[in-house]
Design a protein around this ligand. Structure first.
Ligand SMILES: N[C@@H](CCC(=O)N[C@@H](CS)C(=O)NCC(=O)O)C(=O)O
Length: 247
């Protein structure tokens, strides 16, 4: 098998192969920041994947963490696996220590991935009916989360109570979408869910969460959605036009 030639070096610091808008990348960045792990970030264009990326990434997806192991470079993929690996190799631990509690947290990370996929349906829906159906699906997920926070959230503000965990890192990128979506289309997804509202607000203010995206993230996300032939994309354009000062 031929060796993959990388256009950058991988030293002792891991390299996070990223995309500017990818929410799964943000999960890894939040965990890296919470643990203060020195790393290098390389952004790729997923619409025009570099050869080295396609050769190394089995699913062709970001994030991918490149970790040196002696002479070898090991590509790790899947955000939940990357977060778990970082948790096992760098303090402070973000997963609970007890196996049952840790397994429960991992299960909720998976739930967070399902939420992210449904958010994709929001900005992929071609018409209003599709958008409303996606909102309804997400509303159900949020009601489930509200019940879970009530049952297990303890002393808040985080998913597990007082300690920030990987579940928090997994959901923070999902809630960030609504900073762009809600001003254009009131979804009602979060109405009357106070624990979820408090959790979202705490996450939005967390330094690691804020630092996981570039200052122009919201503008880039808006452009990304507008470029799609979707109800939400058209709505974002209308809202921007109606907000523009008249000449
Ligand atoms: N289950 C994966 C999902 C990663 C994912 O879907 N990444 C997207 C960008 S946000 C991607 O790389 N898409 C490119 C493609 O599917 O070709 C994870 O948790 O890491």
């Amino acid at each position: 098998m031929s060796r993959t030639i990388l256009p950058f070096a991988v030293g002792d610091e891991p390299v996070l192969v990223s995309h500017v808008l990818c929410p799964y990348v943000q999960r890894a960045l939040i965990v890296l920041a919470e643990k203060g792990v020195a790393h290098r970030r390389i952004d790729v264009d997923l619409a025009d994947k570099p050869t080295w990326f396609s050769a190394l990434s089995p699913l062709g997806k970001t994030p991918m963490l490149l970790q040196r192991d002696g002479a070898a470079i090991v590509p790790l993929f899947e955000s939940a696996v990357i977060c778990d690996y970082l948790d096992e190799t760098h303090a402070p631990a973000l997963h609970p220590a007890a196996p049952l509690a840790r397994a429960r947290h991992r299960a909720w990370v998976e739930f967070g991935s399902a939420v992210l996929q449904q958010i994709g349906q929001l900005y992929g829906a071609r018409d209003r009916a599709g958008f409303d159906a996606a909102c309804q699906g997400l509303r159900q997920r949020c009601e489930t989360l509200e019940r879970e926070l009530a049952a297990h959230g303890g002393s808040a503000p985080w998913f597990g109570g007082a300690a920030f965990s990987i579940v928090d890192a997994a959901f923070a990128p999902a809630w960030r979408y609504f900073e762009v979506i809600e001003p254009a289309a009131a979804t009602g997804i979060f109405d009357g869910l106070p624990r979820l509202a408090a959790w979202r607000a705490a996450l939005a203010a967390r330094a690691s969460v804020r630092a996981a995206v570039a200052p122009d993230y919201a503008e880039r996300l808006r452009e990304f959605i507008v470029q799609r032939d979707s109800w939400l994309g058209r709505r974002l354009v209308e809202t921007t036009l109606s907000a523009a000062p008249s000449p």
